[in-house]
Design a protein around this ligand. Structure first.
Ligand SMILES: Cc1cc2nc3c(=O)[nH]c(=O)nc-3n(C[C@H](O)[C@H](O)[C@H](O)COP(=O)(O)O)c2cc1C
Length: 187
């Protein structure tokens, strides 16, 4: 087992979602890396209603079982790769809601972003960067953005251009580097 644990958080739950293929590709690219273990965190496995906690997440007083289960999952990881679709020039509501549920479990950890959409989903990442900053998540420069015009066949079957493989390597390097540094901060 490696020192670091990185979650690949799949930020879409829509029936027929393209996000699963993108997240699976990210995980496949991480296979064989020795300094971190990568695991899929699928929001379908953590069904969360619209935020229903009375106390702000920053108080850490979680009342509901679904919140405690989600918090226990995110607490396991040193870093995150958020895989986000672009919905109306932003990230998905389901991912934003899941992020809003927690606070300390995100703090002083590292993250990178992977997006997809008509124009690569970069606008979703820009919104996520602001959200991550508020949660004291250190987000790295490298990002991957997959376009429906060049990285999907017939706008539906994920077939990323080969250059993205090298880009993924840079993304993992950057996230692992900061995740390791921040582990000492948390320690
Ligand atoms: C509600 C909604 C809004 C969308 N808005 C945008 C958009 O603003 N820009 C874009 O490039 N694609 C947009 N799309 C297309 C999505 O990026 C595309 O359907 C993608 O596959 C969604 O991810 P998913 O399949 O994992 O749910 C939108 C799709 C939905 C469902």
């Amino acid at each position: 087992m490696a020192d670091l644990k990185i979650a690949v958080i799949l930020g879409s739950t829509r029936p027929g979602r393209n996000g699963k293929a993108v997240a699976d590709w990210v995980l496949a690219q991480a296979t064989g890396r020795t300094s971190a273990d990568y695991a899929l965190v699928d929001l379908l496995d953590f069904p969360l209603p619209h935020l229903d906690e009375a106390a702000p997440a920053s108080m850490g007083q979680y009342a509901n079982g679904h919140t405690k289960a989600w918090a226990a999952e995110i607490a396991k990881y040193d870093g995150f790769i958020f895989v986000t679709p672009e919905y109306n020039h932003s990230t998905s509501g389901v991912l934003k809601n899941a992020i809003d549920y927690l606070y300390a479990e995100w703090n002083n950890k590292a993250a990178g972003f992977v997006s997809y959409g008509g124009l690569g989903g970069a606008r979703a990442i820009e919104h996520l960067r602001g959200i991550a900053s508020e949660l004291q998540i250190a987000h790295v420069r490298q990002q991957l953005s997959f376009s429906f015009f060049t990285d999907f066949e017939n706008f539906s079957t994920f077939a990323p251009e080969p250059r993205h493989g090298a880009g993924a390597g840079v993304l993992f390097d950057q996230v692992e580097s900061w995740a390791g540094a921040l582990k000492t901060v948390r320690g």
